[in-house]
Design a protein around this ligand. Structure first.
Ligand SMILES: Cc1cc2nc3c(=O)[nH]c(=O)nc-3n(C[C@H](O)[C@H](O)[C@H](O)COP(=O)(O)O)c2cc1C
Length: 178
């Protein structure tokens, strides 16, 4: 059973609390999966140790960042951080994701659903806000794919790794409560 440690009234505001998950874990005889506001490998380790849950589940922090699963897995196994994915890999993952969206939703709806995913993949990157603005005006799959290719080709020419504004590459996408 997966437990999101938060009341319905809280919505997504505030930090999830893990005491309830820990309390349920002491009583239940079925596997318990902890969920809510897990955004970094360190947070995953903390929640697993604090709640004694059998696993963690990641929601919003995986949006535009699907490699978070291998990063958490590696950190839990070794205590060390994996290097961030290279621009070329992110480009490839995003392209495959876009093709899946077009295939699943059809081109018209897929194009629109894809906009928010492209925004998540490029969140915080240098030059990304003007790119996102232009990208959101495009009305065909071909134009959308071409604009993504152009953005990532430009990023790859600048560096093997994505360049974030405010050096936020290692900071979580979702603010954590102190
Ligand atoms: C796009 C999206 C879709 C979701 N769909 C469901 C759903 O169908 N059923 C459900 O129980 N929770 C759903 N959730 C809630 C998540 O499973 C999770 O409990 C919540 O996002 C908190 O975890 P997080 O802080 O890691 O995002 C969804 C969340 C998001 C962001």
């Amino acid at each position: 059973m997966a437990i999101h440690g938060r009341t319905r009234a809280c919505g997504y505001t505030g930090d999830a609390e893990y005491d309830t998950i820990a309390a349920v874990k002491t009583e239940a005889n079925i596997p318990i999966i902890a969920n809510g506001d897990i955004t970094t490998p360190e947070k995953a380790k903390f929640v697993l140790e604090y709640s004694k849950a059998d696993a963690v589940m990641i929601g919003r922090a995986a949006q535009g960042r699907p490699w978070i699963f291998r990063e958490i897995d590696h950190y839990l196994k070794t205590g060390k951080h994996l290097p961030p994915p290279e621009v070329a890999e992110i480009h490839q993952v995003l392209k495959a994701h876009l093709e899946d969206l077009y295939a699943f939703y059809g081109e018209r709806t897929g194009l629109r659903v894809a906009r928010k995913h492209i925004s998540w993949y490029t969140k915080g990157l240098i030059n990304a806000s003007s790119f996102r603005h232009r990208m959101n005006q495009l009305e065909t799959v071909k134009e959308q794919l071409d604009s993504v290719d152009e953005f990532f080709a430009q990023a790859a020419r600048a560096s093997n790794f994505l360049q974030y504004e405010h050096n936020q590459a290692d900071t979580p996408l979702i603010a954590e409560a102190a």
